[in-house]
Design a protein around this ligand. Structure first.
Ligand code: HEM
Length: 432
């Protein structure tokens, strides 16, 4: 998904932006078609696959209705592909097709969450702080998909340019907040609390860190909710105090997200004997990008004020990219690379990743974030920003060439992913 309709198409959009020296060169429909391919195709299918495979083990039970779980993959993949084509140019019947595909995506998400709720009710192991974050991630998945379908119907069906712009200006930002801050971050924090110590040798989640994770849970979730509610309210009322309230919510979100991520202590010395370019390097780089994105989120209004702009599209896009590629995608790559089956005899070397994807993805992300911001200052920055997409795409392709053969050859004599991860989670000491 990501090599085609996601990053592949994103790189093409970026080249067109660079050539036109204009961030609005591709239509909003093309940008959003790319966005949904990444959110439901790349990130969403990863979440669904990982959760169906591993959450039941976390909870000491078995997945209910595994056949239904399996059917979610082709259904979601088909819906993402159909929507990618139909939403990009939503004229005539294509608008209806896009909305139909969005409705299927929502149905898949609801079914997926229902399967996990029914599975969770049969849990035999005690709940941990991690499970609160996983539950929040599931709730945000449903809520964001409902808002996404409404937003999709109102954009492809907008009566005119003014109605379209009003819808985008009011609802696009809270939608992304629910998808990225709500769904992606909550899921990553929950999974990290469960698996990072076992998989990467980061410090174990002792009673103190478990307590801190519990204490941070509600402030973080309420900050996300406040972001999503206050922004549209501010846009509708045009009230300056509500805009200030929204900014305060983003500060609250940034502070609690930093504290929750710091609680994982990914920069502490690993207890495992891992090669220097193991997936742990990706985890650490991801956390740096999270910090960059959160700092940029808080500083957004200051940048606009400095340049006397009502809103900086460039700054906003760079902030989002830093979290979607830098944080979310690098975390996905790290966990996937660590749990993917590897040759049984490969030992120490089998845990290593090639250097190229690491360099290309971080370089591409750094170029995109810095140069997209710089387009506010000079049009010369459009060229390196445009090149960044190809660099990221090359990084993802290189990584795919590394992991796909491992996935395809899964089975004997490869250690299975499930066995690796079950061992890893079982080895995470925990005190309630
Ligand atoms: C890997 C290479 C990627 C490239 C080259 C790329 C490119 C782009 C471009 C050119 C835009 C429009 C310009 C802008 O708003 O800044 C955009 C927007 C967007 N991208 Fe990506 N992208 C990539 C990865 C991702 C990933 C991994 C995700 C999500 C997991 C993602 C989600 C989105 C979303 C949701 C939007 C719409 C932003 C909004 O609502 O304003 N992208 N991307």
């Amino acid at each position: 998904m990501t090599l085609t309709a996601g990053a592949g198409w994103g790189a093409w959009l970026l080249i067109r932006i660079a050539v036109a020296r204009d961030l609005t060169a591709p239509s909003i429909f093309e940008v959003n078609a790319h966005g949904q391919a990444q959110i439901y195709g790349w990130m969403g299918l990863f979440i669904v696959g990982f959760a169906l495979q591993m959450f039941p083990s976390f909870w000491g039970t078995r997945l209910v209705a595994p056949r239904l779980g399996r059917a979610l993959l082709p259904t979601m993949a088909g819906a993402v592909l159909l929507r990618s084509v139909a939403e990009a140019r939503p004229a005539g019947r294509f608008a209806e097709l896009a909305v139909a595909a969005g409705a299927v995506q929502l149905a898949v998400v609801v079914t997926f969450v229902a399967l996990l709720v029914l599975t969770a009710r049969r849990h035999t192991s005690p709940w941990r702080a991690a499970d609160r974050y996983l539950a929040a991630g599931l709730a945000w998945f449903v809520l964001s998909s409902v808002l996404d379908l409404r937003h999709l119907a109102r954009t492809v069906g907008a009566a005119g340019r003014e109605a379209l712009l009003a819808e985008i200006a009011t609802w696009q930002l809270p939608l992304r907040d629910l998808q990225i801050h709500g769904l992606a971050l909550s899921m990553i924090l929950g999974v990290s609390l469960r698996v990072l110590p076992g998989l990467f040798g980061t410090p174990v989640i002792d009673a103190g860190r478990e307590r801190r994770a519990r204490r941070l849970f509600w402030p973080l979730q309420l900050a996300i909710l406040a972001e999503a509610v206050l922004f549209p309210l501010a846009m509708v009322t045009k009230s300056p105090p509500v805009f200030v309230g929204f900014w305060v919510a983003t500060v609250g979100f940034a502070v609690t997200a930093v504290l929750a991520a710091a609680n994982l202590r990914v920069f502490a010395r690993s207890r495992l004997d891992l090669p220097s370019l193991s997936p742990l390097a990706f985890v650490r780089a991801a956390h740096v990008w999270l910090g960059v994105s959160l700092a940029m989120l808080v500083a957004g209004p200051l940048w606009s004020r400095l340049l006397d702009l009502p809103f900086s599209h460039a700054w906003h896009g760079a902030t989002r990219h830093s979290i979607t590629v830098g944080f979310v995608s690098l975390m996905m790559i790290a966990v996937a690379s660590r749990i993917a089956p590897r040759p049984a005899e490969s030992g120490f070397a089998g845990a290593a990743l090639p250097l190229a994807p690491f360099v290309l993805l971080n370089l591409g992300c750094a170029l995109r974030v810095t140069q997209q911001v710089a387009t506010d200052l000079t049009p010369e920055a459009f060229l390196p920003a445009g090149a960044s997409g190809l660099i990221e795409l090359a990084g993802l392709t290189w990584w795919a060439a590394w992991i796909v053969p491992r996935l395809v050859r899964a089975g004997q004599p490869f250690a299975t992913a499930r066995a690796t991860l079950t061992r890893a989670t079982a080895s995470t000491p925990h005190e309630r």
